[in-house]
Design a protein around this ligand. Structure first.
Ligand code: F6R
Length: 600
């Protein structure tokens, strides 16, 4: 149950566990719709018999509503077999018809249950559980992590994966399986990744990995470089607040010791030859949601520093539109979890077209990190709150590193120029800390705005992705209608939304520096104020005119314009978090969401 609690961020529509007990014919099971707390209460009211081998699951519904019967585990063979599943079995309908034709009765609407009955049929034929799993997964299409237990093999749990994560935790006289290491970090820091289409069999003292044909595969374990306390709230009442406060460290850690003595970026794995990086003619950033906004910030920075065109595309749009990709394309896949199915699929498509892929990923050993040609880890530590915060600032930082490296490699910047930007970047963690230390007024504002129905966000240049993220955070956490716009776009249509007292956040650029858009954004503010809007302005310290344009104003430390998203994002994250809290929402687990979207 403690492991499930740590995994609950991945899905929280329903939860269940199945336990091997002394009864060699039947497993014991409890499962309930709703959050894990409801299952915990059920187990208190009706405890399961004791056991030391069990599987458990928290669900994010795809096939079948979040009900008790659709919750996992699913039983088969009259309660002898139980299985749990992440992902989608795409050919489940035809498999289900096949099973129903031979008299199998289903007790749920899920795609998962077919796999249970198929495994039951194989073990009935005399196969052991691992062999049954291999034979069944061969017939499944789609994405899955599957775990199964059998009352007649009381010491064993068998797992399999395709396109969905599964990690083994190696303990002393005990072993674990989890879709994320957080599930077992309390017990061991030694882990082992499973490859595509591999099957693993664990007992208390043995771990055997086999490929689809049954041949044993040797896999080297690795050590998880953070401990259980990193995945705890550390005195904050929510993970989100804690993670926002982790942001100075997330940026500092991501920057630490990144360039070698020859000015070469130290990657965390893999390699893309300098000759390839020197000859690429475009970059495509692939990502979803918040991570895609890191890509948008990167576009401004990398195009400016490196003079290479940068396209930013949602992973789920990319591979369905015949994109122009070649060996001269560098794909940058950005993902906190490293398991977002849309991004995995898009990245594979790009690789098939000959592109090199560098992954910017937070979770060590995740699928995207493993499959990319090279990986640059963000060192944000575990991000548990479902809505992303610290991972985003770490991702933006990593794209800056990549941009500076490419700029020097390709001769667009002298080493001294790169060092100067790196120094400015090195000052950002302290500046983020100052934003955090002075955030009480934004919290108070958020609490006073819990009744608002619509809030808009405007920004230009790098302020534009910040506006998009401000709106996304508010939608996700506070369930308020929010939209982010490029401020210049407003007059082309969206300004029709503006009415008296409509709150509009504006990210105002610095008045200093060449080509500043300060006066342009001030004009945009005038346009909405003339129509009655209430403008909440984020301005640079020392900006003397900004206050005149603001109903409320918040000042941010001065920074080079390309680096300002690292500061401007923070008050917007805090605002959304606080407002959602004031509405009584579950900030860490907003409704309808799951942290890693492992289905396409
Ligand atoms: C928003 C959020 C999502 C993720 C998106 C991509 O707060 O968390 O929009 O950013 O699902 O996830 P990753 O980065 O894991 O690929």
């Amino acid at each position: 149950m403690a492991g499930l609690a740590r995994l609950e961020y991945r899905g929280y529509d329903s939860a269940g566990i199945a336990v091997v007990t002394a009864d060699r014919e039947h497993l014991a099971m409890a499962k309930k719709a709703g959050k894990l707390a409801i299952l915990a209460q059920e187990l208190k009211d009706r405890p399961l018999p004791p056991g030391t081998v069990a599987i458990g699951h928290t669900r994010w519904a795809t096939h079948g509503a979040p009900t008790d019967s659709n919750a996992h585990p699913h039983m088969a063979a009259g309660g002898r077999i139980a299985i749990i599943h992440n992902g989608i079995i795409e050919n489940y309908a035809s498999l289900r018809s096949e099973l129903e034709a031979v008299g199998v009765v289903f007790s749920s609407d899920t795609d998962t249950e077919v796999a249970g009955h198929m495994i039951a049929a194989e073990v009935d034929d005399g196969k052991d559980l691992a062999q049954a799993m291999r034979d069944v997964t061969r017939r499944l299409e789609g994405a899955f992590t599957l775990l199964a237990i059998d009352a007649r093999e009381p010491q064993t749990v068998v797992g399999a994966r395709r396109n969905s994560p599964l990690v083994v935790g190696l303990g002393d006289g005990e072993n674990f399986l989890g879709s994320d290491v957080v599930a077992f970090i309390e017990y061991t820091k030694k882990a082992l990744e499973l490859g595509q289409d591999e099957v693993v069999e664990i007992t208390p003292d043995r771990v055997v990995v086999t490929d689809a044909s049954g041949a044993v595969v040797a896999r080297a374990p690795y050590t998880i470089d953070w401990d259980a306390t990193a995945a705890e709230k550390g005195g904050f009442s929510t993970f989100m607040e804690k993670e926002i406060h982790d942001e100075p460290a997330a940026v500092a850690d991501t920057l630490r010791d990144r360039f070698n003595e020859f000015g070469k970026l130290k990657l965390d794995g893999g390699l893309i030859a300098d000759t390839i990086l020197g000859s690429i003619d475009k970059i495509i950033v692939l990502a979803c949601g918040t991570s895609s906004y890191a890509g948008l910030v990167a576009k401004y920075a990398i195009e400016h520093w490196c003079r290479i065109p940068v396209e930013v595309e949602y992973s789920h749009e990319f591979r369905y539109r015949d994109p122009v990709v070649s060996v001269k394309t560098l794909v940058v896949a950005i993902s906190q979890s490293g398991e977002t199915m849309d991004t995995i699929m898009a990245m594979r498509y790009a690789q098939q077209q000959g592109a090199s892929v560098i992954a910017i990923v937070n979770v060590q050993g995740s699928t995207i990190a493993r499959e990319a040609d090279a990986v640059l880890y963000t060192r944000a530590g575990p991000e548990i709150a479902v809505a992303s915060t610290k991972a985003l600032v770490a991702q933006i930082t990593a794209t800056y590193l990549l941009g500076m490296f490419l700029a020097e490699l390709r001769g667009n910047k002298f080493p001294g120029e790169v060092r100067a930007i790196l120094e400015q970047l090195g000052e950002m963690p302290a500046k983020i800390q100052r934003v955090l230390d002075t955030a009480e007024p934004i919290r108070a504002l958020a609490r006073s705005m819990a009744g608002e129905r619509t809030i808009l966000f405007l920004g230009r240049h790098v302020g534009y992705p910040v506006a998009l993220e401000g709106a996304l955070k508010l939608k996700e956490l506070a369930y308020i209608h929010a939209e982010g716009f490029a401020a210049g776009e407003l007059k082309h249509g969206p300004i029709a939304l503006v009415e008296k007292d409509l709150p509009i956040f504006v990210i105002l650029p610095s008045p200093n520096g060449p080509g500043s858009l300060h006066s342009k954004v001030l004009s945009n503010i005038q346009e909405v104020r003339a129509r009655g809007a209430r403008t909440i302005v984020l301005a640079e310290e020392g900006d003397e005119v900004a206050a005149k344009y603001a109903s409320e104003i918040f000042y941010l430390p001065e920074a080079p314009v390309l680096l300002t998203p690292l500061l401007a994002l923070i008050p917007l994250q805090i605002f959304a978090c606080e407002l959602a809290g004031a509405k009584g929402n579950d900030v860490d687990q907003p409704r309808n969401l799951a942290k890693s979207v492992t289905v396409e």
